[in-house]
Design a protein around this ligand. Structure first.
Ligand code: CO
Length: 175
């Protein structure tokens, strides 16, 4: 089911999400709704708080660019990450990021180049993964959401000011 995406500067985006305790059908429904919502909005990642659920769950699905019908994000390729913890990170990289909660805005953000995480899948099985590159960026972006942080907070003072001004204007014109 496609859910409504929480849009910046909604206060819910500042909430610290709670650890997932039961890996039950309710969690599976949440993850399925997150996938439907992310696909509908043409995103590559989504944290549960972005549909208003303050739980430490996020999904990432990097499109298959070489797919014959263009951009494809089959459900089975979805990485479902529950209660993640960063075990190691190093280096730095700059990448242009966007966010379904700040639609239409993109800006360069600096993050660790390499990360290694431990997490649980939807069945409560322990997993780990490490990556350097786009997946590492996406994971760090989504993990920030679990702690009530959003990528625009990482911009320089001047860029942030400019963004806030433009964003206010855009929200007004959409009324
Ligand atoms: Co985001």
């Amino acid at each position: 089911m496609i859910r409504r995406v929480v849009i910046y500067p909604d206060k819910r985006l500042k909430e610290i999400s709670k650890e997932v305790k039961s890996f039950d059908s309710e969690l599976h429904k949440l993850l399925d709704d997150m996938y439907d919502t992310m696909i509908d909005k043409r995103g590559v990642g989504l944290a549960a708080i972005q549909i208003g659920e303050a739980r430490r769950a996020l999904i990432i699905n990097i499109p298959i660019e070489s797919a014959p019908e263009g951009r494809e994000q089959p459900k089975e390729n979805t990485l479902e990450i529950i209660n993640p913890k960063i075990v190691e990170k190093r280096g730095s990289q700059k990448f242009q990021e966007g966010c379904l909660s700040v639609p239409g805005f993109y800006e360069d953000v600096e993050r660790a180049e390499y990360i290694s995480i431990e997490y649980y899948d939807r069945y409560g099985d322990r997993k780990s993964l490490s990556d350097s590159g786009f997946l590492a960026v996406a994971i760090q972006h989504e993990m920030d959401h679990l702690d009530g942080k959003i990528f625009v907070e990482k911009l320089s003072f001047i860029k942030r000011k400019k963004f806030e001004k433009e964003w206010k204007k855009r929200l007004k014109s959409n009324l």
